[in-house]
Design a binder for this molecule. Structure first.
Ligand code: FES
Length: 69
């Protein structure tokens, strides 16, 4: 497993319970083969699959699940 830092490597930051933050611009390839692009400085990619804007995070991961009574 590589552990050394590479200044040229693109950085991806994993947020616990939230999105993956990727230094943009990015082109994402979806499971169906289509692609979506973002030229934002940092792109938040949904890792919870709850986003209405999937594959981009719309902060839906912040919503708490209802408690079962
Ligand atoms: S990670 Fe934010 S909506 Fe999925």
């Amino acid at each position: 497993m590589p552990t050394e830092s590479n200044a040229d490597a693109r950085r991806v930051r994993l947020v616990r319970g939230g999105p993956m933050l990727i230094e943009g611009p990015v082109e994402l390839q979806l499971p169906d083969g289509s692609t979506v692009c973002s030229d934002r400085f940092v792109v938040a990619v949904c890792a919870c699959r709850r986003s209405r804007r999937y594959p981009f995070c719309d902060t839906s991961h912040r919503r708490k699940a209802r408690k079962e009574v």
